[in-house]
Write a protein that binds this ligand. Sequence first.
Ligand SMILES: *[C@@H]1O[C@H](CO)[C@@H](O)[C@H](O)[C@H]1NC(C)=O
Ligand SMILES: *[C@@H]1O[C@H](CO)[C@@H](O)[C@H](O)[C@H]1NC(C)=O
Ligand SMILES: *[C@@H]1O[C@H](CO)[C@@H](O)[C@H](O)[C@H]1NC(C)=O
Ligand SMILES: *[C@@H]1O[C@H](CO)[C@@H](O)[C@H](O)[C@H]1NC(C)=O
Ligand SMILES: *[C@@H]1O[C@H](CO)[C@@H](O)[C@H](O)[C@H]1NC(C)=O
Ligand SMILES: *[C@@H]1O[C@H](CO)[C@@H](O)[C@H](O)[C@H]1NC(C)=O
Length: 437
Amino acid sequence: MAAAATVIPDGRRWCKGASPASSPVTTAIFLFFFVIVVGVLVSARWITTTSHLPITNLDEWRTKPAILTATHTTSIPATPTPPPPPRPAYSISCSAPPLARDPAVPSNISQTLYLALSSNKTCASVPEPQPLPSTTTNSSCPGYFRFIHEDLHPWRAAGGITRAMLDSARATANFRLVVLRGRAYVERIAPAFQTRDLFTIWGVLQLLRRYPGRVPDLELMFDCVDWPVVRADQYQGENTTFMPPLFRYCGDNETLDVVFPDWSFWGWPEINIKPWDAVQKDLYIGNKRVKWVDREPYAYWKGNPDVAAKRQELVKCNVSSKQEWNARIYKQDWIKESKAGYKQSDLSRQCTHRYKIYIEGSAWSVSEKYILACDSMTLVVTPKYYDFFSRVLMPIQHYWPVRDDNKCSSIKHAVDWGNSNKQKARVIFRPLSALRN
Ligand SMILES: *[C@@H]1O[C@H](CO)[C@@H](O)[C@H](O)[C@H]1NC(C)=O
Ligand SMILES: *[C@@H]1O[C@H](CO)[C@@H](O)[C@H](O)[C@H]1NC(C)=O
Ligand SMILES: *[C@@H]1O[C@H](CO)[C@@H](O)[C@H](O)[C@H]1NC(C)=O
Ligand SMILES: *[C@@H]1O[C@H](CO)[C@@H](O)[C@H](O)[C@H]1NC(C)=O
Ligand SMILES: *[C@@H]1O[C@H](CO)[C@@H](O)[C@H](O)[C@H]1NC(C)=O
Ligand SMILES: *[C@@H]1O[C@H](CO)[C@@H](O)[C@H](O)[C@H]1NC(C)=O
């Protein structure tokens, strides 16, 4: 759902002051986060490289559902540092879960993983991985890493993360994740919407397999709902003793939720969205199909306008016999799409306009990365939320900011400018450059 390019990297304060010695938990979470972002980034290298993870191909996924579990042992050229360690096979070791197949779960989603997560047994990945020599290099560390420090700063300032803090995060969490010596343990606290939790955890399992021995011990609480809930103004003074370190998919300038890549990086089968590895290959081909100058000289948006008032306002900018704001706005009807085999929602066929609009929905929108990846000039309606990677994007530099209070004429102005400054429009206001490095 929604989306959030964000921009102003900070409404929040980010004091570099004397930081107290971090607690082991803080350090562990930081390290984990560091590693997972590396993991995601390796697979999200935005079109420039091909990826090595073979299992994310959707066709394979369709024909071999079990592949979604972590039991599949493929040889993955993982870390760039030779020599490669012996590659352990992980499996969810819940033998014969006594649960019936849940008809609500699409058959092509891993039932094994689903059942494992639904059962009360302890599910671990086995066997224990070999620890790797630490050959950490930060040469390929993208800019958005710095926000990890920012997200965790409030706990650093409070002297670390305590058990009481973690427990207070349970109130809204969907699951609790523990990684202990390379094994993942999951406690499902409350059901998540669709299969968000499943795919998020699947991402963690891939991480464990890709970086055996490198993911430190950690424990975290994860909330799969769209909106951030940890209001900074409620955790001042004495209240910091139970300030919840809660992971979710987006944040804003008034909340302290720790931002984590959203589930759709690993797939969103309910609306036929493939894992990012596969999508970026499609988009790469889609981008090649029409050169930028040959694309439609208008600003394109397609989505569900019903989730937010600002989207309904955007629809009013659509072309008609009476007006031309240079916007081409289309409504996404997921029910109709699902019946028609998602032919009209193919993301790689939506890179056909010189300008693409990004607008938030009920919170940040998953659509953001697909819009940015078209490599068109991107018009971003002033966002409120940010997700884990978009905070590095700066208005003017990486995208054209569209005024929320004056959308139509702001869009028209942007498109007119781009069409009369094609050379510039091709190279600036395009966010990919920022995300590639
Ligand atoms: C957060 O951003 C909004 C605009 O989206 C602004 O009105 C508000 O003052 C900001 N709050 C803080 C604490 O910076
Ligand atoms: C898991 O445990 C809880 C309480 O401990 C129980 O209510 C629930 O039925 C159990 N679920 C399964 C699937 O066994
Ligand atoms: C990593 O980055 C830090 C700070 O930018 C730098 O001091 C250090 O030398 C770098 N390490 C490597 C291995 O590049
Ligand atoms: C501390 O938390 C309580 C309970 O949530 C809340 O009512 C109170 O306003 C908070 N106080 C501060 C200073 O944040
Ligand atoms: C999953 O299966 C359903 C019905 O079997 C099918 O309609 C849908 O396209 C499949 N989705 C994926 C992502 O394979
Ligand atoms: C916007 O205008 C186009 C062209 O007239 C039309 O095809 C499309 O359905 C309109 N979009 C909406 C959301 O009404």
